[in-house]
Write a protein of this length. Structure first.
Length: 191
């Protein structure tokens, strides 16, 4: 404590973005890496631990080469009589857990968004066919129903597609028209 000297193991060097033993750990180096929003809280907590020697733990962010790491530091003071001579403890790097959690959440959100887009596009197609609308007008119609019934656009689209798949609103005349249209579109005109 008196020399404000730090001893880091190889993992703590790496957590701070250094190869082991390439820099001299110090209070200044320790504080240099703290996220600005966490710095004062970290300084206060370590000062309290140095004064009292009581066990401590603190969660904060470290900035390393422009990226953010999340760590927990836990430890306690070692006394020589009434005086705290040094703090001992360890770092726990939580960054991989946050990264994995955020990555999984992002993947799930992207997948859900893609599924919602697909459903909405199909529902737009149903409305385009039924009402003779273009894609923008069909989407506007979905949004109108969503807003006026206080139901998400995706939910309106889901319900519309469920009814379309069941065939309850399909009209035989519409099916004959579609059959004729498909037949006309697929006739080999090269003959």
């Amino acid at each position: 404590m008196a020399e404000q000297r730090w001893e880091w193991d190889d993992d703590v060097y790496r957590i701070h973005g250094y190869e082991p033993h390439t820099v001299e750990p110090s209070n200044e180096l320790f504080l240099k890496h703290k996220h600005r929003d966490d710095r004062q809280r970290v300084e206060d907590r370590f000062a309290e631990a140095a004064a009292t020697g009581e066990p401590f733990s603190i969660y904060y962010r470290i900035l390393v080469d422009g990226s953010e790491r999340r760590v927990v530091v836990t430890g306690e003071g070692v006394r020589d009589g009434a005086r705290v001579t040094h703090l001992t403890g360890y770092y726990v790097d939580l960054t991989p857990e946050f990264t994995a959690e955020n990555s999984a959440a992002a993947d799930a959100a992207v997948a859900a968004s893609a599924a919602a887009r697909e459903t909405i596009e199909q529902a737009k197609g149903v409305l385009m066919l039924a009402y003779g609308l273009d894609a923008d007008a069909a989407f506007a119609m979905l949004k109108w129903w969503s807003r006026n019934r206080n139901v998400k656009v995706r939910d309106v689209a889901d319900r519309l597609l469920a009814v379309a798949r069941e065939g309850h609103v399909s009209h035989p005349g519409l099916r004959r028209l579609l059959d004729a249209l498909l037949d006309d579109l697929t006739v080999d005109r090269s003959k």
